[in-house]
Design a protein around this ligand. Structure first.
Ligand SMILES: Cc1cc2nc3c(=O)[nH]c(=O)nc-3n(C[C@H](O)[C@H](O)[C@H](O)COP(=O)(O)OP(=O)(O)OC[C@H]3O[C@@H](n4cnc5c(N)ncnc54)[C@H](O)[C@@H]3O)c2cc1C
Length: 459
């Protein structure tokens, strides 16, 4: 059947049908359970270039076979999970990368990981500003999800950095959109439709990314608080002061302690139950010191305790490592981690509303998030499922309803994937869903590309 034709396109070695050998490709990092297709009609295919991607899609489109594009598998909403028989299309072999120093751009194939991109860019003395979490994510996946991360407060999300894209349509046609351009207004912006489309409109094979010169110095501060509200209230004043930190993260004590223990490290702050982690950067050590001092004064006015300031790379990395591992260390006990965003100044109100939901359901909801841009990740623990069936669903809907009341959105950075669809009606009205379905139909008339992701699948 199709396996023979797939082998003709990419070579025998790059088509895998043995279930044992594709096990790592059947899930992603989502805590909520989304089950991959149990039957055996799945083929894992690893093309080497966009021509082979085109051949695979042409074949799949003719034979109406679902295709599940896959990057690093670090997604947090089940977008890459193959829930039907079909083809898992891994972009991992597309590894080419060039740096155009004159234009300050990186031209990277889809399978280049964030780690590889950062290393290559730094070798040239340059800087790629966004850093959305897990470094094994691939640039194709980062663009497909319009990933965000903690640095978005100063530098914005992936969309601000993607200047060009090569993408293959479900028909096999190859589109080249944008370029090494800082301005481009020619017609409807198809490239920005594909960014954030989570593999439902086209397969991204190459991305052109904007780079910046490297900054000279940075520091990572941790400001402990006894009362969460005080921590959150300090954030608007920091942002109004004229300093734009690289990141302003909020973490609670439970989360940092679980993460530190998981890593075998000691959380460096002895005091406080709530923390702001603030990263500043500048052109000199003096500049950094002056920013830290101004931030400390603001935090002190909001009852912040003695700040801890990491200056050396080692000190900063330790704090960042603990922050970055919160999700992985909580994951075992998580039923879901959500990704809501509200106007930044409403973050405190949102947290208080979530506390009330937790109280109603007799649970604790640890929270951490990107306080500088209003993006919060409440952790819904498994006891919600265990203490009464249906509670998880109900509690989640209540949190979403509180988010809407504050003018917020369902997902700030992770995307809808497969797991957010049941509650999307709270955020998207009928007309918007209709327009989205229409766009999907134009790009993918036979509905072969990542069915069941973003848009509900009927069959
Ligand atoms: C510990 C941890 C921390 C994280 N922190 C952050 C964070 O701070 N901010 C944030 O935004 N995200 C974060 N994430 C989520 C995740 O890293 C991002 O969503 C990332 O963009 C996923 O990239 P990936 O290559 O792993 O994609 P995958 O998980 O493989 O796929 C994700 C989606 O993209 C599609 N896709 C993948 N590659 C392509 C392609 N080439 N063409 C078309 N579609 C494609 C898939 O079909 C799927 O729908 C975190 C994840 C983890 C595990």
């Amino acid at each position: 059947m199709m396996v023979k034709k797939l082998k003709d396109i990419v070579g025998q070695r790059w088509v895998i049908t043995d279930r044992e050998r594709m096990i790592d490709y059947l899930t992603d990092e989502t805590a909520a359970s989304v089950k991959p297709k149990p039957a055996s009609e799945l083929a894992l295919v690893k093309p080497a270039n966009s021509k082979e991607v085109s051949g695979i899609l042409k074949l799949a489109n003719c034979e109406r076979i679902p295709v599940f594009p896959r990057g690093g598998g670090t997604g947090l909403c089940g977008g890459a999970i193959p829930t039907k028989d079909g083809i898992i299309l891994s972009l991992e072999r597309l590894k080419g990368i060039e740096i155009d120093k004159d234009n300050l751009m990186a031209i990277a194939e889809a399978g280049v990981t964030l780690k590889e991109l950062v290393e290559k860019v730094e070798e040239q003395g340059l800087f790629f500003p966004p850093h959305p979490g897990d470094e094994s994510a691939q640039v194709g996946g980062l663009a497909a999800c319009n990933a965000g991360g903690s640095r978005a407060v100063k530098y914005g999300v992936m969309r601000s950095y993607v200047k060009g894209i090569e993408a293959v349509l479900p028909t096999g046609e190859v589109l080249k959109l944008g370029g090494e351009l800082l301005k481009n207004n020619t017609g409807y912006d198809l490239m920005h439709l594909i960014i954030g489309s989570e593999g439902t409109l086209a397969v991204i094979t190459r991305v052109i990314l904007r780079l910046f010169p490297r900054v000279a110095a940075s520091a990572t501060m941790v400001i402990p608080y006894n009362i969460r509200r005080d921590a959150i209230n300090a954030v608007p004043e920091i942002l109004q002061s004229g300093i734009i930190p690289l990141a302003i993260e909020y973490m609670d004590r439970i989360s940092v302690e679980v993460s530190s223990e998981h890593l075998g490290l000691e959380w460096p702050c002895k005091t406080g139950t709530a923390y702001l982690m603030i990263i500043v950067e500048g052109q000199s050590e003096e500049d950094i010191h002056s920013q830290c001092e101004r931030i400390s004064r603001i935090c002190h006015r909001h009852h912040g305790l003695e700040p801890l300031i990491g200056i050396t790379r080692k000190e900063q990395d330790k704090i960042l490592k603990i922050r970055s591992n919160i999700y992985s260390s909580l994951k075992r006990d998580l039923a879901d981690t959500i990704d809501i965003a509200v106007p930044p100044a409403s973050m405190g109100k949102l947290m208080e509303a979530i506390d009330r939901v937790a109280e109603r359901y007799g649970t604790t909801i640890p929270m951490c998030g990107h306080a500088g841009d209003g993006n919060l990740h409440p952790a819904l623990m498994k006891d919600l499922v265990e203490n009464k069936r249906g509670n998880l669903k109900k509690a989640k809907r209540e949190i979403y309803q509180e988010t809407v009341k504050l003018g917020g959105t369902m997902t700030g950075e992770h995307g809808l994937g497969r797991i957010r669809i049941p509650d999307v009606d709270i955020f998207l009205d009928k007309k918007r869903l209709e327009l989205m379905a229409g766009i999907k139909k134009v790009f993918d008339p036979n509905g072969i590309l990542n069915p069941g992701c973003i848009i509900k699948c009927d069959k």
